[in-house]
Design a protein around this ligand. Structure first.
Ligand SMILES: [Zn+2]
Length: 317
């Protein structure tokens, strides 16, 4: 049986598989089998599948799988009971309760110590209090809606599209008003050459080149205008990843592998960047460029073009 949350023996906290993926690539945790059932004292163990894959086909997201050949859940395991309740009995779909669900949140800054394992006290108790107080649902679902990276947002968006809920499911970034996933993701492609200019997740097919001090991501489609400002000439927007900025990024190993892979192969990728496009003038002459300033490495994601298979809505050929 699968679970949303498991207790990481290396991080000393109950986490979801997405978080395990981040911690692995930040070199904070190392063993994909070092997870146990979140219910205290329950002997069941989990493996975090796909945790170590630098590039994920989006079909294979990281997830917890129960380890075979290990003890089963304790008779009084609350985590198991909560999972069964979520899966079975009466709940038709992810939100059977009345009212509008709270928006998901993209947090632009990770809390201090986000990659620091919690200290265990003698006797195995965890030194920080409150990590288990996740509200009435036993924490099975309630903590899965705050994100720290565009990369994890992308898989959430894909799921919403496939479920046909991307117009209702909303997302809030910082103090910005909540928008639906559909409004938040703005595609740069040949049928959409007029960008809104708003702060959004811009995405589209792109190529990557490596330079001495940077990786240059270039969207494949040219843009004609931004908000109401037409460009003198159509331009392919770019995103620059400075190698110096990469150095301080916790998950640099993953991002660098992805950037290098596409820079060396010359293959198309699909790039996502949260921010707004800027029109920049060249140092000399009358030329302008369109550029996305990257505020944090967490706000860029590089995916393979296999993502397009998942983007097709069910029933769309
Ligand atoms: Zn258990």
């Amino acid at each position: 049986m699968r679970t949303e949350l498991a207790y990481s023996e290396e991080f000393n906290e109950e986490i979801n598989a997405e978080r395990a993926y981040e911690l692995y690539w930040a070199e904070v945790i190392f063993d994909k089998r070092a997870f146990r059932c979140a219910h205290e004292g329950c002997p069941a163990r989990y493996t975090c599948a796909n945790m170590d894959k630098p590039e994920l086909l989006l079909k294979q997201q990281p997830h917890f799988r129960e380890q075979q050949g290990h003890e089963v859940h304790a008779a009084d395991c609350g985590a198991l009971a909560a999972q069964k309740e979520l899966r079975g009995g009466g709940t038709s779909g992810p939100r059977a309760e009345a009212g509008t669900p709270a928006p998901d949140r993209l947090l632009l800054k990770r809390p201090a110590g986000h990659f620091t394992p919690k200290q265990t006290l003698p006797g195995g108790a965890v030194g920080t209090s409150g990590t288990r107080s996740a509200g009435g649902e036993g924490g099975v679902r309630s903590r899965s809606t705050a994100f720290y990276s565009v990369r994890s947002l992308v898989s959430r968006w894909l799921k919403a599209r496939r479920a046909g809920t991307d117009e209702e499911q909303t997302l809030q970034v910082g103090a910005q008003e909540a928008l639906s996933y559909k409004e938040m993701f703005e595609c740069i492609f040949y049928k959409h050459r007029q960008l809104s200019g708003c702060t959004r997740v811009y995405w589209g097919t792109a190529t990557i080149t490596e330079e001495a001090k940077a990786y240059r991501i270039k969207f494949s489609s040219a843009v004609q205008s931004i908000a109401d400002t037409p460009l003198k000439e159509q331009r392919r927007p770019t995103v620059t990843i400075w190698k110096d900025d990469l150095k301080t990024f916790e998950m640099r190993a993953m991002l660098e592998k992805r950037l290098l892979n596409y820079a060396q192969s010359g293959k198309d990728c699909v790039a996502f960047v949260y921010g707004e496009p800027e029109i920049k003038a060249a140092k000399a002459g009358d030329v302008t460029f369109v550029n996305f300033a990257v505020r944090s490495m967490d706000l860029v994601s590089i995916e393979s073009t296999s993502i397009y298979d998942l983007l097709r809505r069910p029933g769309e050929g």
